[in-house]
Write a protein that binds this ligand. Sequence first.
Ligand SMILES: Cc1ncc(COP(=O)(O)O)c(C=O)c1O
Length: 370
Amino acid sequence: MPTIPLVDLQAQYRSLKPAVDAAIRRVLASGQFILGPEVEALEREVAAFCGTCYAVAVASGTDALILALRAAGISSGDEVITSGFTFFATAEAILAVGATPVFADIDAATYTLDPQDVRRRLTRRTRALLPVHLYGHPCDMRALGALARARGLVLVEDCAQALGAAQGGRPVGSFGAAGCLSFYPSKNLGAYGDAGMVVTSDARLAEQVRLLRAHGSHARYRHLAVGTNSRLDELQAAILRVKLHHLRGWNAARRRHAAAYTSLLQRTGLPRHALPQERPGTRHAYALYTIRTPRRDRVQRALAAAGIACQVAYPSTVPAQPALRRRRHERLPAAEAAARQVLSLPLYPEMARGTITRVVATVQRALSAR
Ligand SMILES: Cc1ncc(COP(=O)(O)O)c(C=O)c1O
């Protein structure tokens, strides 16, 4: 076990133990375990947090993407343009609804979908855009929103890494037809298991996701559509409600730690472009603090030797994954370079300043060694 973890979920639990334990006991005593009052309350609270009218809880972030695309009517024959540099689930969701993922390159400074490159990849069959707010940095939603409106495209946001991020004061998840959230345990708002949510201000889309998550049924044994089982359970919802109260404070702490990293790393001689950027007018949620260096292997080895965890998200572009190699894809130079160079350092709200200093000192030693 590394002495400095990438995220410290045990420290988080210690700080919340009385409230989390009470929430769990409340659900156990209620005898209601799936899609009950806790889920409904969580949906209201997350919708308010994201500035949307509705939220529909589902079993994972992957399901949120699949069900949002299905509810928006995306299906076989449709092309969906997304980032070539994201977690595999984004592309999997497009394939799961029978559509074709078209991968666009990223903006090298923020690792998010490049609107210019998206424009080049539009065809007659393009039906939707699926931008990913990677590492917690919002995509350029002004440009992508304008493009979607001009071409009549559905805009679905992958907000799995970005709950709490904003552009122009507007929360991510509220720009498109739907925003898809993941509550995977290590996310900024993490459950104690899998969980996800679709946020939207489109009443019809919300209703459709509600239907699809429960076998296409609103009334017992009457099925209006062929859906799936993607219900959220009450235990996860109750735990997430406790944690949601802390999310703004946790995200503020993440931003403070990120600023400390950036100021210390700049002094080590790492160029500005090697450190995370925050575009003017955006609020980064810092799900990950990610640097880039051509000497990544050396830094990884030094961190491992010092007992410090780190992570490469992601070592490959999505189209280069073995599962997709048989499909023909164009080159994505910025995404390919990122895959060779990115490295995420430990970052979690409970982190002490001294921990950041230790990580930076190890990175510096690795980079200055001959
Ligand atoms: C960008 C992105 N999209 C989708 C997902 C899928 O979410 P989940 O693991 O909750 O299914 C993740 C999770 O890591 C993610 O990072």
